[in-house]
Ligand binder design. Structure first.
Ligand SMILES: Nc1ncnc2c1ncn2[C@@H]1O[C@H](COP(=O)(O)OP(=O)(O)OP(=O)(O)O)[C@@H](O)[C@H]1O
Length: 290
């Protein structure tokens, strides 16, 4: 029971975008898909959802192909920036069509959500502001009976109150009807407490694939006087650094050496997900000392 992405490659006009992507997406879990601008997140989600064909590789759901397979694709839903709706159609009509298409579309919940977000369902899609277009698409995504929901930039254009409301609703609907959500977003701090597992896509490959607590457990900020920090972190996997006056912070991803004495002047803390992501994907030159 899972989505398996195996050896997926994608290139456009001879340029590699995805290079040998292998992932398992399990049922009833909330994932974060993180990557810098242009990393290939939307491309990957589009491949999984059969909106585009991978150059090579396979994507299966419970061992059945997801390529042009209505049966398996019906269990998946991708909400993305792309507008699939006719601008002149009223939202109620769009919900009718969606309900006809997905037999078990939760129309009652859609009506409740519209009220909570103060979205007038009698409006025409084309008359909605950017934020309300997103809200309408989110409502559909939360009400479709799919087992795997992919949310590509789900809070695009939403104000802080509406983002907060969306995160709350996501947690509530997930606890009532557990299903998989894969959330691709740049607002890492906002989803850090929501996601259980994270994928980082960087330089065409998946560079991090693990449970959020495990990953944060392996991520450290080591701060103190420059010479002491350098001495302590020699040989560790330093992914980034900051310097202010004589104080240096080295960011380390991976195990520390237990038997290495920690100077009294040096403080060791865990990184949060955003700080870890920024450093992992920054590719700055780190001045190693030997
Ligand atoms: N249909 C296409 N034809 C040619 N190039 C494409 C196509 N779709 C995507 N690309 C290129 O692939 C790269 C990855 O784009 P993609 O939209 O997947 O990145 P992303 O991680 O979702 O970025 P962002 O966070 O900025 O939305 C970009 O360089 C983009 O220009």
């Amino acid at each position: 029971m899972s989505i398996q992405i195996q050896a997926v490659n994608q290139s456009f006009h001879g340029q590699t975008i995805l290079d040998n992507i292998n992932l398992t997406i399990e049922p009833q879990k909330i994932y974060g898909l993180l990557g810098r601008n242009g990393a290939g997140k939307s491309t990957l989600l589009n491949i999984i959802s059969n909106r585009i064909f991978a150059t090579s590789g396979t994507v299966t759901l419970d061992e059945d192909s997801l390529v042009d397979n209505d049966h398996t694709l019906g269990r998946l839903y991708l909400m993305s920036e792309v507008n699939l709706y006719n601008e002149r159609t009223k939202l109620t009509k769009l919900l009718d069509v969606t309900t006809r298409f997905y037999g078990d579309f939760d129309r009652d919940y859609a009506t409740q959500l519209a009220a909570k977000f103060e979205l007038d369902l009698n409006a025409r899609f084309g008359k909605l502001s950017t934020g309300y277009r997103t809200i309408f698409k989110l409502i559909v995504a939360l009400c479709v009976p799919a087992d795997y929901i992919f949310l590509d930039e789900p809070v695009l254009g939403l104000d802080a109150n509406h983002r907060e409301l969306f995160y709350q609703e996501l947690i509530e609907t997930y606890s009532e009807r557990p299903r998989t959500f894969v959330i691709s977003t740049h607002l890492i701090e906002e989803i850090a407490n929501l996601i259980e597992h994270v994928f980082v896509l960087d330089q065409h490959q998946i560079t991090v694939n693990g449970s959020v607590p495990d990953i944060l457990d392996r991520s450290y900020a080591i701060t103190g006087p420059d010479a002491d920090v350098r001495q302590y972190t020699t040989g560790l996997n330093i992914i980034g650094q900051d310097q202010l006056g004589g104080i240096t912070a080295h960011y380390v991803y991976g195990a520390l050496e237990d038997d290495r004495p920690i100077p009294d002047t040096v403080k060791i803390e865990h990184l949060d997900l955003q700080k870890l992501f920024v450093n992992l994907t920054n590719h700055q030159e780190v001045a190693h000392v030997n």
